[in-house]
Design a binder for this molecule. Structure first.
Ligand code: CTP
Ligand code: CA
Length: 229
């Protein structure tokens, strides 16, 4: 909220934030990707650092400057993101999965560039599922009382889908925003509802991604385990 950076309420805490989007290679020159800019995750990292936290930012393919005072771990694929997030989460007080993680990856990585064959239609691309990092973090908390936060971009039935997703993932908070042609991706602003496992709903009005980030930390801070700084 408005008090934001004035309150060092994350002092002595380690928080992990994932940002950006994963890319799943098909051959040496092609990948399956998504349109996540990384701005929301970078804003979460910067605001947490401003509130006194030690911050690890696991960044997938974001073309943004490293936030000051933040430990940035660059990753490419969902499986690399899983490795980096689980490693950093081992001693973390909170983990926020703001990244757009590819649900699927090509079943086969072709080490040589895929070429056209004259007069032939292309082979279909077979996909397999990637690990669900948020579900895994939520189910196997690295520390008791670790706070786990997810993000969900929905195009319709935003609240109903968000509630169901919160329950399915098992996280403590889920930041739900509506996406569409001109909403959210690449933009500096965001509008959301933050759903909590305890049933509370916190609407966040349309505004800068830093303001949404501060509201997330406003909700995380009182949920952090007491006996741990
Ligand atoms: N997420 C993750 N690992 C995945 C997919 C998603 O950790 N393999 C995380 C995202 O970082 C986000 C949350 O899960 O915090 C919700 O992502 P979303 O794509 O909305 O959820 P899915 O379960 O993949 O559902 P959907 O079928 O709607 O894409
Ligand atoms: Ca997904």
């Amino acid at each position: 909220g408005a008090q934001g950076a004035a309150v060092a309420d994350l002092t002595g805490r380690h928080v992990v934030v994932s940002a950006g989007g994963t890319r799943e290679p098909l051959d040496p020159v092609r990948y399956l990707g998504n349109r996540s800019s990384g701005k929301q995750g970078y804003a979460l990292a910067a605001t947490a650092a401003a509130r006194g936290a030690r911050v690890t930012l696991v960044a997938g393919n974001a073309e943004l400057p490293d936030p000051v005072g933040v430990d940035v771990v660059p990753v490419g694929t969902a499986r690399q993101m899983r490795e980096a997030v689980l490693k950093a989460a081992a001693d973390a007080d909170a983990v926020v999965m703001a990244a757009a993680v590819a649900d699927f990856r090509p079943a086969v990585y072709t080490t040589a560039k895929i070429k056209k064959v004259e007069d032939q239609e292309p082979e279909p691309i077979v996909l397999v599922r990637n690990p669900d990092i948020l579900a895994e973090l939520s189910a196997d908390r690295a520390r008791p009382g670790q706070v786990v936060v997810g993000f969900a971009a929905e195009t319709d039935d935003v609240l109903a889908n968000g509630r169901a997703k919160l329950a399915r993932k098992g996280c403590d908070l889920l930041v739900v925003n509506e996406v569409g042609e001109h909403k959210t991706f690449g933009s500096a602003e965001n509008e959301a509802v933050i759903l909590a496992a305890d049933g509370t709903e916190t609407p966040v009005p349309y505004g800068p991604k830093e303001a949404l980030a501060d509201t997330v930390w406003d909700l995380v801070a009182p949920r952090l385990a007491e006996n741990r700084r």
